[in-house]
Design a protein around this ligand. Structure first.
Ligand SMILES: [Zn+2]
Length: 304
């Protein structure tokens, strides 16, 4: 081809869009790389490259592009920090798979520092660190930003074979001071106090959580408590009935397609959106419509 570079560059944008429309991401990537050769650093080209590398799970390349994009002011933005954290987390997982634990550790600590509110990186960071003040700070930062059951589980796993009483004492020290009114704090402490047979405390935490932000698991724990503390099967049954009508517990929910998952992943298994999962309660009405066929929804609406 004897096209002038300028003409070729302009043509590439159309070729990239056509390849993407044809779902031929490999070809789109080739065109985007060529465009980057012709005019390095062009904003739209870098954006395309980032999107295509993420889609292809080429996280090392994605990180390189992100570094080129985020020079200057944008480098400190929250969204950029989150992207670095998610990409760093995925790169750490690859290193782990390849047996490179030290490499993974460096990446995961950096990912947590970029965004202490990103739960999966915090969980892995906690499991990687030696005991000491630095690890305590990681736990405190993570719980302050995003209290989450996986973080509590990671903290509990640090001391295997701990007695329930010791775990209850440790959980109180780690979590209660940081987010005393959060439902996740109340839930961790309720579970720990049930384990330690501290019935009065358990009821206090569960009542607190039921008032502030009720969900099914809180009522299931109240059932557990009444059965263990008072052998009261009737009360337990009533709590179970109540749990069925209570709002659902939070889950990872895809912001693009509504898919619900118990564990986070970088790409949604249904719609392949990148970093679309947020930890929240499902909106029951909206999700009912999303999972039911339109005809069924019509039928339900007609029968009301
Ligand atoms: Zn999705």
């Amino acid at each position: 081809m004897t096209e002038r570079p300028e003409t070729e560059f302009l043509g590439l944008r159309g070729l990239i869009n056509r390849a993407k429309a044809d779902k031929n991401e490999e070809r789109a990537l080739e065109h985007a790389k060529r465009a980057d050769q012709l005019k390095p650093g062009t904003e739209w080209v870098l954006k395309e490259l980032l999107e295509l590398y993420l889609k292809a799970r080429h996280y090392d390349d994605a990180e390189m592009i992100l570094n080129r994009m985020a020079r200057g002011k944008a480098a400190n933005g929250e969204k950029v920090a989150r992207l670095h954290a998610v990409i760093g987390y995925e790169r750490a997982l690859s290193k782990l798979k390849a047996g490179n634990r030290e490499g993974a550790k460096t990446l995961i600590l950096a990912a947590h520092n970029r965004d202490p509110g990103f739960v999966p990186a915090s969980v892995l960071t906690i499991s990687f660190m030696e005991a000491g003040r630095k690890r305590e700070k990681v736990i405190a930062d993570a719980w302050r930003r995003s209290p989450h059951p996986d973080i509590a589980a990671a903290v509990q796993a640090l001391i295997p074979n701990e007695t329930p009483k010791d775990w209850y004492a440790r959980a109180t020290k780690r979590f209660a001071a940081i987010q005393p009114d959060h439902r996740e704090t109340a839930l961790v402490l309720a579970r720990a106090s049930i384990g330690a047979s501290e019935w009065g405390q358990a009821r206090k935490f569960l009542n607190q959580a039921a008032q502030a932000d009720p969900s099914s698991s809180i009522y299931r724990l109240l059932a557990d408590l009444d059965e263990k503390a008072n052998a009261d099967a009737v009360a337990a049954r009533n709590w179970i009935l109540k749990s069925a009508d209570a709002p659902q517990d939070p889950l990872w929910i895809c912001g693009s397609c509504g898919r619900q998952e118990t564990s986070w992943s970088a790409h949604c298994p249904s719609c392949d959106s990148f970093d679309a999962f947020t930890w929240r309660k499902a909106d029951r009405g909206a999700d009912l419509q999303a999972v039911l066929e339109p005809e069924v929804v019509e039928e339900i609406t007609a029968s009301v």
